[in-house]
Design a protein around this ligand. Structure first.
Ligand SMILES: *Cc1c(COP(=O)(O)O)cnc(C)c1O
Length: 418
């Protein structure tokens, strides 16, 4: 569900014409819908209502401070994967007791910052990390709340780059060795074992991988309890897919419907970490057509958004629907929509039947609210795009477009080059 729809022949973000935003703020621009974000958050909250649970939004999907503040004000927690994300989560007002921290490469400084913030728990990915957390906690004279991230070896049937729960993955510890890691954790003086964590991948479009993985995790929890290791928090990760093209992924209600029956005797505090399914369809990236170019083989539509603005097509060959901001009746032609970056892999969409584009047209790249702006870079020395939040009939610039000055911020010339 989202709030980017046509009224007559013009695309709107809620009640604001997309063209108006593009004309005021320029392009490329990311546009987020407040209503859509809240709808998605509410649907998670309602799905897990009645069971002790915390929705910990995965910041890496979209960490714009206004988006985070909106979610924080509506009771959302955070799943962070870096000190930077922890900083943003706190800054947005997300309470520490709703913050979990994952990632295979936490530094000691990051661990210390999270301990000082008194987060809910660390999702630990290796024995080296476990020892580092114990060491840092010892120095700070606190107990570190931890879960071990286990790798249940379940194929989420998604793109290999966003599949994280298979045996060959760098994430988590193999579930069959989990007991041994938990025993190690139990022995460490400055660590308190609180839970189990799993996250098997992203853009998952069926419920089975969730159920299969959770069954394994619940078995483990039972095993651990028998060994006297109490598991309070069960963190089932994120990963619900969204509709980019014609996928019909499960909704939060389907997830809770499948998961709850498995938890009946558990008495767990459940943690869910959605990212994409909160932010993905709540955002679009709007770009303007610069030039048209015809090769014997292809029709190229050159737009002002490149892989530095939206990396997903180049990185994963991800599909994003392309819609005209103003509908027209021009003939449909098979087109490649490409960016200005000097890389052949710089494309937004390939081999699409779209209305013949004309210089100056605005195109909306749909479902770009997650892993869009957060993955953007300054490659080719391009200032990053502006971000806009829409609320009803109003819109707000929530991040200004970068300037050329931003490109040299923090750089220095050594004396001999001045
Ligand atoms: C990325 C990530 C998520 C969010 O995944 P989505 O597919 O965006 O829901 C949740 N948990 C962890 C540990 C992650 O790395």
């Amino acid at each position: 569900m989202h709030c980017f729809t046509y009224k007559k022949s013009e695309l709107y973000a809620e009640n604001v014409p997309v063209r108006k935003i593009a004309d005021t703020v320029g392009t490329p621009v990311y546009i987020y819908s407040e209503k859509t974000l809240l709808m998605h958050l509410t649907s998670y909250q309602q799905a897990f209502d009645g069971y002790p649970s915390t929705i910990c939004y995965a910041l890496k999907a979209n960490s714009n401070p206004a988006v985070l503040r909106l979610l924080a004000k509506n009771g959302c927690g955070a799943d962070v994967v870096s000190g930077g994300e922890l900083y943003l989560a706190k800054k947005a007002g997300i309470p520490s007791e709703k913050i979990v921290y994952a990632g295979v490469g936490k530094t000691e400084d990051e661990i210390a910052a999270a301990l000082k913030a008194r987060i809910l728990m660390f999702n630990v990915e290796s024995s080296d990390e476990l020892k580092a957390i114990d060491r840092v906690a010892g120095k700070l004279n606190v107990k570190a709340p931890i879960a071990l991230r286990v790798n249940p070896d379940i194929d989420p049937k998604t793109h290999p780059y966003i599949s994280t729960g298979l045996k060959n993955s760098k994430f988590g510890i193999p579930i069959e060795n989990a007991l041994e890691y938990y025993r190690l954790a139990k022995k460490l003086r400055n660590v308190e074992v609180l839970g189990i964590h799993k996250h098997i991948g992203s853009q998952i479009t069926s419920i089975n991988p969730f159920v299969d993985a959770l069954k394994r995790v619940i078995l483990l929890a039972r095993n651990l309890r028998e060994q006297g290791i109490e598991i309070k928090n069960l963190d089932i990760g994120g990963g619900l897919g969204i509709t980019y093209r014609d996928e019909a992924p499960p909704l939060p209600g389907d997830l809770s419907g499948a998961v709850m029956p498995l938890l009946e005797e558990g008495g767990f505090n459940l943690i869910v970490e959605p990212g994409r399914s909160i932010a993905g369809n709540a955002g679009i990236c709007v770009t303007r057509v610069l030039y048209l170019k015809r090769n014997p083989e292809r029709e190229f539509v050159i737009v002002d958004a490149g892989m530095n603005d939206l990396l997903r097509p180049s990185l994963y060959e991800a599909f994003h629907d392309i819609r005209p901001v103003l509908k027209n009746n021009r003939k449909k032609v098979l087109s490649d929509i490409v960016g200005p970056i000097c890389e052949s892999g710089d494309f937004i969409a390939r081999e699409r039947m779209i209305n013949r584009a004309v210089q100056g047209d605005l195109l909306a790249v749909m479902s770009a609210g997650a892993y869009g702006f957060t993955m953007s870079s300054n490659y080719n020395s391009r200032p990053r795009a502006a971000e806009v939040l829409v609320r009803g009939s109003d819109f707000f610039v929530v991040k200004e477009r970068e300037s050329y000055k931003d490109l040299i911020r923090g750089t220095k010339l050594p004396a001999h080059l001045k």
